[in-house]
Design a protein around this ligand. Structure first.
Ligand SMILES: O=C(O)C1=C[C@@H](OP(=O)(O)O)[C@@H](O)[C@H](O)C1
Ligand SMILES: C=C(OP(=O)(O)O)C(=O)O
Length: 411
């Protein structure tokens, strides 16, 4: 097994990090642009493997579409290939085949898609056999498992002969990702009308326009650099994260608010955000319903700084790249953290023992990029090592190269 040992940071840092582009925005832009039949009008697409996989599969005539471990690629392409009548086998890693997709398949079937489960009902692999419009223009869909099903359906909705009135039922998680989808559809000339009071989204039948479109930098990837400053032992540590937008489409930009409680001040500079250290608060409670991908980042900082953290809205973490609740419980325990469920399926409390971290503590990363990146800032101030560091390629292939701007490592 490959392990990465990061030397401890010996001196303060004041440096710039050229952040990568958002894979979420890239994967939406690619689907929308394919539906618009655009060619070379997208710029700043993500280097993330999830996005590279999306590009490769959109350009391929192969009957098998292997998304590897990319959730958005699986969900968005299932809708795209269905509505464009392409016969495809959708598959991915063993973990991808444990991530639920039944809610999306049911929705697509009721619109007219012919989809078969090749193995287990409700999960990939899937066989897509074409599309014969059912005449259905009203659809209800659950919002509590993954917002990606809703984004997938919304993006194909303008192509349906009668458009779509989508009603979201139950609790809704990851809503900012649906708003991102809506904003990107609007940029490509589509009229979409959400009515959040009644939880409906109306999309008339219409054509996407081909426009020049640039992808923003990635706020989820930015979060690890906030941790770097939060955990630094040097009071004058400073980072400038280049390319981030002040009014972002990405809900994970809320990291500025979360980290202001955990010891990081962030200011917009016109070309990104400058991060500096401030005193942290004694405890924090945060609802991650709208920003599930930040939970790991925030847990590691809170545990390492011995700040009790109450978490809600983390139910969806169990069906991501790994069961992130289990992964966090197991790995935080190695650094003296205890993450316990205090209200069934609802609330967790993270506390830390405050004891020094044992030398040679190896952090297992569970094929999850965010486990590796969330623990990396701690590796710069302690003796932990990160197992299988290459997992970062899913969203942020240049992560270790950027870390080498702070400590001497071969990346
Ligand atoms: O639509 C998107 O781009 C995403 C939505 C979120 O998933 P869920 O909607 O499943 O929470 C998020 O965790 C994922 O990283 C990206
Ligand atoms: C959950 C994630 O991605 P996806 O669901 O697209 O695999 C993620 O990037 O943290």
């Amino acid at each position: 097994m490959k392990k990465l040992f990061l030397p401890k940071v010996q001196k303060s840092f004041q440096t710039e990090i050229p952040l990568p582009s958002s894979k979420s925005e890239s994967n939406r832009a690619l689907i929308i642009n394919a539906l618009a039949k655009g060619k070379d009008n997208l710029s700043n697409l993500a280097e993330a493997r999830d996005t590279q996989t999306m590009m490769r599969l959109l350009a391929s005539d192969d009957a098998i579409a292997d998304v590897i471990d990319a959730g958005t690629t699986m969900r968005f392409l299932t809708a795209f290939f269905s509505v464009t009548g392409q016969q495809k086998t959708m598959t991915g890693t063993p973990r991808m085949c444990e991530r639920p997709i039944g809610i999306l398949v049911d929705a697509l079937r009721s619109l007219g898609a012919d989809i078969e489960y090749l193995n287990k009902e409700g999960y990939p692999p899937l066989q897509l056999n074409g599309f014969n419009f059912s005449g259905n223009k009203n659809l209800s869909i659950r919002g509590d498992v993954s917002s990606q099903y809703i984004s997938a359906i919304l993006m194909i909705a303008p192509l349906l002969p009668e458009g779509l009135i989508l009603t979201i039922t139950g609790d809704l998680g990851s809503k900012p990702y649906i708003e991102m989808t809506i904003q990107q559809m609007k940029s490509f000339g589509i009229t979409v009308t959400p009515d959040w009071e009644n939880m409906t989204i109306t999309v008339p039948a219409q054509q996407y326009e081909v426009i020049p479109y640039a992808i923003e930098s990635d706020w989820s990837g930015a979060s690890y650099w906030f941790s770097m400053v939060a955990l630094s032992e040097f009071e004058d540590a400073e980072l400038e994260l280049l390319g981030l937008k002040e009014n972002s489409l990405q809900g994970d930009s809320v990291i500025t608010d979360i980290m202001s409680h955990l010891g990081v001040k962030s200011e917009y500079t016109g070309r990104g955000f400058k991060l500096t250290k401030i005193p942290a608060e004694a405890s924090l409670a945060w609802d991650f319903t709208n920003c599930p991908d930040l939970a790991q980042t925030v847990c590691v900082v809170a545990a390492a700084k011995n700040i009790p953290l109450t978490l809600t809205g983390v139910e969806s973490l169990k069906v991501k790249e790994t069961d992130r609740i289990y992964a966090l419980q197991t790995e935080l325990a190695k650094i003296g953290g205890s993450l316990v469920e205090i209200e069934k399926n609802h609330k967790y409390l993270l506390t830390a023992s405050g004891e020094a971290i044992k030398a040679d503590t190896a952090i297992h990363t569970y094929d999850d990029h965010r486990m590796a990146m969330a623990f990396a800032p701690l590796a710069l101030v302690s003796d932990i090592t990160i197992e299988e560091p290459d997992v970062v390629v899913k969203s942020y292939p240049s992560f270790w190269k950027h870390i080498a701007k702070i400590v001497d490592i071969e990346a």
